[in-house]
Structures are given as structure tokens and as C-alpha cells.
Design a protein around this ligand. Structure first.
Ligand code: CUK
Ligand code: CUA
Length: 730
């Protein structure tokens, strides 16, 4: 403590966050990657970053956007043919079953270009991007209904649904907002745009959304600001947007009965616009599925309580949080008791009659999350830079904690589900200012971990996040996640179907047809097959690579000099890269993951010949190895075999078949030993002819396979010892 200048409280905080080597975090967080267009995965309480997931932006490590399979996903995000290579991600949402996280899928929105992406948590890969065909921006996504039937996406800045120019003077008449309900099909793991629909809304700037649960299941709630429908234009001498958009004391909370809306679509009461079913406002009003409730002043977050009975709205420019009662709202709707209508004829309920309570929390309340303890909520106070802990049943403030600085969202463990897990809270702070080592004018974001298990909140840890501004993050109990460790051999991971380029060991080949050169290759420690690829200038080169490994974490990479391709080929995966060999030359290709001791030797050449190139007869290289070299190598091999035999002896003496990871390792090792046999046979052939040059080289290759088999075998043995394997037959 003394040497590092730490306090007693620091030590306590360290003890609460430290995860010893080899240990696992209790919770896994999925943070939006903000302007990076990615997802950031980190552990809680250690706050260690585990992964970035490429979503709307190319991500070279995963080959995302650099191989053909992932390009197909990324390019689903093109808007009317325009390539978009970034995203402004805001709100990740985990799939739910009965209102609780099930650990299967993750969704994230792009505010700048109205899109939504689906990530499969079996492999943490992006599988689908859908473009909203009506909006020009969105913000209130992604939020799921309690069984993930729909993923909710609300527009933000109103714009005409048509793709046409419409002057700002026609704002009230032709600009529109909306809420889209994207139908999610759990079986295919994809959004089905054909079964999705939108409810047309007035040109208020719709903001965040949340789905009702339990008693309020079937309804969704969407905030708004700028219900003034103010159109700025300081160039024309008009006061700016920020003045005009915050003039009124209240804006509107939109309530939509999405279950009934889905029925209306089935009954043919929707209108097709840009290929999407849209329930127009007049239909929504007539059918009684759309209502407005005033909410104070330029609100931001809307968060339904775990029991679904109350809806908390925080008003950016109001120091209160307003807690609405679903029962009170429904009573008014049932009685047909409305205060007024908005300019589009939508019934407006009485705010007073809808409120359960209002609580003065502080300046700039934004977002709310819930605790595992009943009635306890936490709200971020942006202007005050504080987290407020309060009781929403009784309407009183319980505790406040200063954070650094200017908090946006906050998040408790599974805090937006029916069963929040409490324990920790993460404050997503907009500014870092002086908290970290200075790294220039652009600072990292600061996620602060807070212990909420006791009455008083305690600040535990600062984590700099240097990838973009993650507006929101969700955290799930780590044990609920069940990701795989390998693919079925030959899988296209983006479609989860067998790849057309899948290639088995021994079936590697190059298929030439006119201008096309198609390579069916494999990767396994430590080589790429084929090792030489020949093409002519102008050829279209397609290279499929299958990783034949089964061992956990034996990923190989692949790149070719100059041609801007990269693949990450995890065990079992087949990846395709494609390019036009538009220039002659010699282009080394290699594996980009340090996968084994001979990783650097995992190499080859792409030879692009000029048009009409004539082969020159090559002269055989001069022999350099002698019988003595050969004998020496063979002795090494025999010694190595003894080591392998002892490892195999141990593995087969225990119940290794009860351990699937070991069975996979044994499969891999058997592969290597089979190849060793082939190399050995070739060696013996050469030796018979006293061709000591080739005999020595094949003996060396035999040894390479042995070394890899031994390496895999030792990993299996260690695993068995650490996991308490028993003598076979016991
Ligand atoms: S928003 Cu950024 S702080 Cu996009 Cu959820 Cu509130
Ligand atoms: Cu495979 Cu390096």
C-alpha cells in the first residue's frame, strides 16, 4: 500500500475487481463501439476487454470485410447501392426469452445510417444487417420484446419516407417519424424483413424506446423531443434548432400496441411503402393502437420497471424523473378519456392522471436501470455528473455518487430484464478529462464500475475505452453464454451452411477455367496447401481455405501481399478471398496467426506471370545432404516417437473419451500422425534409391508432423491431468 500510495479503500476496491490469472468474470458486457461501428466485449468486474466484433465497419483481424463471406454481410448494409463503411452504434440488446436474457443473439443499431445488425452469440459474429427502407436516421433501436419476437427501431430526425427531395417548408405535411418492428426468426437467427412492419408517426424526433413486459407486454414506449416540429436554419436568420426544439414544457411519450399492430398488418390494413408494411397514422388512431402522453421537457431515456407496471422517463432539461403507471394509462384508454388530440389526430392522455410519481433527482437526468432489490432504480445525471439511487415505489432519493465526468447511460447487471441481478453498475461517462495518461486531444471514454451491493454505492474502477463512444452496454451472467469453440469442418460461418469451398485433407486442388483460377486449399499446422499458386495477369483468383484443426484456439490467418485480402480461419471454418491478379509479380502469402513453432514457415507464393509467358526449363537444385544427415534425422525421429508413444500410452490409459476437448485434440494428433506415415513412406522410397537429398528432406517432414502430434498430445495430457481424468475402466 505504502509503496504505491494506496488507501485502504483502494485495496478493497482492488479485491472486488481483481480476477486472478485463469479466472473468469462473473458477467460479460457487450458495449456499443460508438463511432467505430463495432461491439466491445468486456468482463465485469475485471473490466478486461475480450473482443471487438466487427459489425458496420471492416475489422481486419477477423477478416471482416476482407473475405468474401463477411463482405456479403457488410454489404447488406449498403443503402440504395451506396457502400457505407462505418456506423454510429448506440444501443446493443440481448435476445430474451420470457423477459430474461437467453444468451443467444445480440442486436445493435446504427444511428447515422438507419440500420440494425444481428450477431450470433454462438460465435460472436455478425450474421445480418438490415437497412430501414423508410428512415434517414434512427435512435430508438435496438430494443427487444420479451420473447424477441420483434426488435424495435424508432426513427430520430424526421424525413420524408419517399427517397425524394421535399423542401423543409413541407415538414409538417410530408416529413415523418416512425417505429419499426423487425420480426426476428430465432430458428434461422435472422430478421425477416417481409414480416416486419412500421407504425407511421408524426415528425416529432422520436428517441429511445422500450418494450413493455408482463402486465404491459404487447405495448412499446418511445420518447420524443422537438415535438415543436421546429425547423431551424440560422443561415436564414432563424433561431437555431436547440432553441426551437426545447421551447415547449412537454414532449410526447408514444405508446403503441404492437401486438394489435401485428394483427392489423395480417388483416391487410397496412400500406406498402418502399417494400415495407406501414400502418398509417389514421389507421393507428382508428384502431386504437397509438396514444401520446405528455412528458417533461426534452426527455431522453424511457425504461420499463422489471415488473412491467411502471415506466420511468427522465427529462434532460427537467430535474425530475417521471414515473408513469401502466394501470392508470390503461384505465384512461379503456374509459376513452383523452385530454386532447395532437395535430395528427392522435389521442393525448392526461399527464397528471398517468403519473405514479415524480422525483426530483438532480440536473440532467438521462437513463434509468433497475436493481435486483425491489423498487430500487439508478438514474444517470449528466449535468451533475452523478448517479442517483432512488426508490420508485415511494418516490424518494436514497444515495448519490459522484462520477467522472458527465455520465450518459448507466447499466446494472441484466438491469433491463424482468430479473435484474444487481451487484454492479457501470457508468458510461462521456468525458475522461484528467483521469488517464494523456494521449492527445482525443481522450478515451471512461466506463466506471460501481459496487451497488450495499446501501451506499462505491466507485471501484476506471476503464478507458479507446474505440468510440459506447452509448449503451448490456451485461449478462457469463455462464448463460454458450459459445462454440470450433465449426463443423467446412462451414461458412456467416451463413452457418457448408461452404462451397470446403476442402478435406488430401483433396486440395487448383481449378483453372479460362480467366478464373480457383484454389481449394487447407490450413493445418504448419502449412498452407497448395504452397504455390500460379496465375496470369488478368486472372480472377479465388482462394478457399479450410482450417482442418479441431484443437481449441488453433486459428490460422491468410493474406497475400498487395492484394488487400485477409482471412481469419478458425478451426473448421472455410473462408474465401477473391481478387483480380491485375499485376505481374511475385506475391508471398502466409498465415498471419502465430499458430505453432513453424508458423513463420506457413508460407507460399502467388506467382503472377505476364501474358504469354513461356516456361523456362529449371535446373534441379544440387544435392547438399548426405547419408550421415539422413541417419541423424532418422535417429531424432525415433527418439521423438518414443515421447509420442509415452503420451499416447497415458492418454489411452485414462477415460479421455469423457472429455470432448481431448477427443478433438486426439483427432488432430491422429491426423498429424497419418501424415507422418505418408512422409515416412516417401522417405523410405528415396532412401531405397540412395537419394539422400530427398530422403533427408522427407525425414525432416516426418519429424515436423511428429512434433505437431507431440505438441497436441501434451496439451491433451495436461488437460486430462488438470481435469481429474481417471484410469480407464473405473
Ligand atoms: S443515447 Cu447516448 S447518452 Cu444514443 Cu441512448 Cu443517451
Ligand atoms: Cu498458421 Cu501461423
Amino acid at each position: 500500500m505504502k509503496a504505491r500510495g494506496l488507501t485502504q479503500q483502494n485495496l478493497l476496491a482492488a479485491a472486488k475487481t481483481y480476477v486472478p490469472t485463469g479466472g473468469r468474470d462473473e458477467f460479460t458486457a457487450f458495449a456499443s463501439g460508438g463511432q467505430s461501428g463495432q461491439i466491445i466485449v468486456y468482463g465485469i468486474p475485471s473490466m478486461r476487454i475480450m473482443k471487438y466484433i466487427g459489425v458496420f465497419t471492416p475489422e481486419p483481424w477477423q477478416g471482416y470485410g476482407f473475405d468474401e463471406e463477411s463482405k456479403k454481410v457488410l454489404r447488406q448494409g449498403n443503402i440504395d447501392g451506396k457502400e457505407i463503411n462505418w456506423g454510429d452504434t448506440h444501443h446493443p440488446a440481448l435476445s430474451e426469452t420470457n423477459g430474461d436474457y437467453d444468451g443467444q443473439f445480440l442486436f445493435i443499431n446504427d444511428k447515422a445510417n438507419p440500420r440494425l445488425a444481428v450477431i450470433d452469440l454462438r460465435d460472436f459474429e455478425t450474421k445480418q444487417i438490415v437497412v430501414n427502407p423508410l428512415y434517414k436516421s434512427e435512435h430508438g433501436g435496438a430494443f427487444v420484446t420479451p420473447n424477441t419476437d420483434y426488435v424495435i427501431e424508432a426513427s430520430q430526425y424526421p424525413a420524408p419516407y419517399s427517397k425524394k427531395f421535399v423542401p423543409l417548408e413541407r415538414f409538417n405535411e410530408e416529413y415523418r417519424g416512425g417505429v419499426t418492428y423487425w420480426k426476428f426468426d430465432r430458428k434461422s437467427g435472422k430478421i425477416d424483413p417481409k414480416q416486419s412492419f412500421t407504425v407511421e408517426l408524426p415528425p416529432y424526433s422520436q428517441d429511445l424506446s422500450d418494450a413493455g413486459k408482463l402486465v404491459s407486454d404487447g405495448w412499446s414506449f418511445t420518447n420524443s423531443f422537438c415535438t415543436e416540429r421546429y425547423v431551424g436554419g440560422i443561415e436564414k436568420g432563424r433561431p437555431p434548432y436547440e432553441a426551437g426544439c426545447s421551447a415547449k414544457d412537454t414532449d410526447y411519450l408514444h405508446m403503441i400496441n404492437w401486438k394489435k399492430a401485428a394483427e392489423l398488418v395480417k388483416q391487410g390494413k397496412a400500406k406498402k411503402i418502399n417494400g415495407m408494411d406501414v400502418i398509417m397514422m389514421d389507421t393507428a388512431v382508428k384502431e386504437g393502437i397509438l396514444f401520446l402522453i405528455p412528458e417533461p421537457k426534452s426527455p431522453h431515456g424511457v425504461d420499463v420497471t422489471p415488473d412491467g407496471k411502471l415506466i420511468t422517463v427522465a427529462g434532460k432539461l427537467d430535474s425530475h424523473v417521471s414515473v408513469y403507471s401502466f394501470d392508470k394509462i390503461m384505465a384512461q384508454i379503456k374509459a376513452g378519456k383523452f385530454e386532447s388530440k395532437d395535430p395528427y389526430g392522435i389521442p393525448v392522455l392526461s399527464m397528471k392522471d398517468s403519473l405514479h410519481t415524480q422525483v426530483a433527482l438532480g440536473l440532467g437526468p438521462l437513463h434509468t436501470q433497475y436493481d435486483s432489490k425491489p423498487c430500487i432504480a439508478y438514474t444517470s445525471l449528466y449535468v451533475d455528473s452523478q448517479v442517483a439511487k432512488w426508490n420508485y415505489c415511494e418516490g424518494k432519493v436514497l444515495d448519490k455518487l459522484n462520477i467522472h465526468y458527465n455520465i450518459g447511460h448507466l447499466m446494472t447487471m441484466e438491469g433491463d430484464t424482468e430479473h435484474p441481478k444487481g451487484h454492479y453498475l457501470v457508468a458510461l461517462n462521456k468525458l475522461a478529462i484528467d483521469r488517464f495518461i494523456p494521449v492527445g486531444p482525443l481522450h478515451p471514454q471512461n466506463h466506471q464500475l460501481i459496487d451497488i451491493s450495499e446501501d451506499k454505492m462505491q466507485l471501484l474502477y476506471d476503464m478507458p475505452l479507446p474505440l468510440g463512444e459506447p452509448h449503451y452496454v448490456v451485461a449478462i451472467k457469463s455462464t448463460t453464454l454458450k459459445p462454440g469453440i470450433r465449426y463443423k469442418v467446412g462451414t461458412d460461418s456467416r451463413t452457418d451452411e457448408p461452404s462451397k469451398g470446403a476442402t478435406r485433407a488430401g483433396e486440395e486442388r487448383v481449378v483453372r477455367k479460362g480467366k478464373s483460377v480457383e484454389v481449394f486449399g487447407t490450413e493445418i499446422r504448419s502449412h498452407i496447401t497448395p504452397e504455390t499458386i500460379e496465375a496470369e495477369v488478368g486472372d480472377e483468383v479465388t482462394i478457399h481455405l479450410t482450417n482442418l484443426e479441431r484443437a481449441e484456439d488453433e486459428t490460422h490467418g491468410f493474406t497475400v501481399d498487395t492484394y488487400n485480402v485477409h482471412a481469419s480461419v478458425e478451426p473448421g471454418k472455410t473462408v474465401t478471398v477473391k481478387f483480380k491478379a491485375d499485376r505481374e509479380g511475385v506475391f508471398p502469402f502466409y498465415c498471419t496467426e502465430f499458430c505453432s513453432a513453424l508458423h513463420l514457415e506457413m508460407e507460399g507464393y502467388l506467382l503472377v506471370k505476364p501474358k504469354g509467358y513461356k516456361e523456362v526449363k529449371t535446373v534441379e537444385a544440387k544435392a547438399v545432404y548426405t547419408k550421415a544427415d539422413y541417419d541423424k534425422q532418422v535417429k531424432t525421429n525415433v527418439d521423438t516417437q518414443a515421447v509420442i508413444d509415452s503420451v499416447v500410452g497415458y492418454i489411452t490409459s485414462v477415460n479421455y473419451k469423457d472429455f470432448p476437448p481431448v477427443v478433438a485434440l486426439v483427432d488432430d494428433a491422429t491426423d498429424q500422425l497419418n501424415r507422418a506415415k505418408e512422409a515416412k513412406a516417401k522417405m523410405e522410397d528415396a532412401a531405397k534409391k540412395s537419394d539422400w537429398q530427398n530422403a533427408t528432406l522427407w525425414a525432416g517432414q516426418w519429424w515436423q508432423y511428429q512434433v505437431k502430434a507431440a505438441d497436441i498430445g501434451l496439451r491433451a495430457k495436461t488437460y486430462l491431468e488438470e481435469h481429474g481424468a481417471k484410469k480407464a475402466g473405473k
